[in-house]
Design a protein around this ligand. Sequence first.
Ligand code: TYD
Ligand code: MG
Length: 450
Amino acid sequence: MVKTKTQYVCAECGGATPKWQGKCPHCGAWNSLSETVQAPAGAHRYAPLAASTPVRSLAEIEARELPRLPTGLDEFDRVLGGGLVAGGVVLIGGDPGIGKSTLLLQALASMSARARVLYVTGEESAEQVALRARRLGVAGEGVDLLAEIRLEAIQAALAEQQPAVAVVDSIQTVYSSELTAAPGSVSQVRECAAQLTRLAKQTGVPIVMIGHVTKDGALAGPRVLEHIVDTVLYFEGDTHSSFRLVRAFKNRYGAVNELGVFAMTDRGLRGVANPSALFLSQHSEQVAGSCVMATQEGTRPLLVEIQALVDTAHVPNPRRLTVGLEGNRLAMLLAVLHRHAGVSTFDQDVFVNAVGGVRIGEPAADLPVLLAIMSSLRDRPLPRGLVAFGEVGLAGEIRPAPRGQERLREAAKLGFGTAIIPKANAPRQAIEGLEIWAVDRLEDALEKLR
Ligand code: TYD
Ligand code: MG
């Protein structure tokens, strides 16, 4: 009998060790190793890759503009960088029930008029998919459906049907019978994704893989999936609101941080072409603790309301909590506020929230966050029609943000009258209807609002 060899694979980084350990020796994650059967080297699986190409000079190689296959859903095409690319592999992740299957089914239905499309479902039965298609009001005539989870059968179907696009829903359900590890395990997911990617590259068929997300927001199982594929998209947004954001995290064929905005309706996802005012809440009167920020998501400016609540702490360790913003940055900003503006919050709980379930990663949120905090602390609303952006440095300086002009123009378009911005972002030409307060220190910004 052949003795099977096992190894331990880390769910975080995909690193392998021969022995079980509490901590992954590669990335340092705790309790992330799981036992998998080591597959025999099986050289034949990689045989198609073995064909060698000669070394050439970079200048000799013709750089063609890649032909794009637009999905027909404008917001989705925007995040993809203009559409799917031949042989490109897209991984789309998101919480369960956020709308991944809905979006891809809509995209396929829209493309089916122009091209042959294949939807491989491993999660739901063919009947469930048909039911969803009916709810979405898509005819589904041009959409080929395959309910299958065996990798080899999916590969065979792709070879036989020769679709122009294929969707695999989801990559975690697919398993290869060449491996003995359980479906959904790290080694299965990694191997299946790699095989499908290889197939896409060979045949030029773009493949979209749907992936699950763990509790803390990473694509379940191996991070390694992210570097196998060409494009990684994440579905964001809070399931309680109807808005859904699709964000590009990695894109070999387009810009990252591009954002597609959708609204979930009873007939599926509908693109929101002009989302800039989506994340403002409607107050009939100005309230304390609220500041509107002009942020920039990819190529598009977006206005988001930042809310802060500062309240007396009743425990020795006051709480600092953020929703939709970076948590560690809040503590840093409060320290800057103390040192450079003399405002202490050591006995106060501070909560900060970005309205509408949007996530803001850019440091230009610093100034609006501090203005909202000051407003809540003094219980005094900011002036009506005020918008702000700017990074706050540890020395109390206000640093510029990229694409300041576009942010300001968008704010003016939506009727904002005053903008507190970094001095380096001050526009050379006046923007109609917008009064600019350019500041280069935090103290100046607070002084202006006194
Ligand atoms: P789904 O695409 O199944 O999510 P995922 O594949 O990411 O798990 O989305 C399911 C959710 O979307 C479900 O809660 C119902 C809702 N939905 C609508 O509101 N309208 C619709 O037309 C459809 C098809 C789904
Ligand atoms: Mg689904």
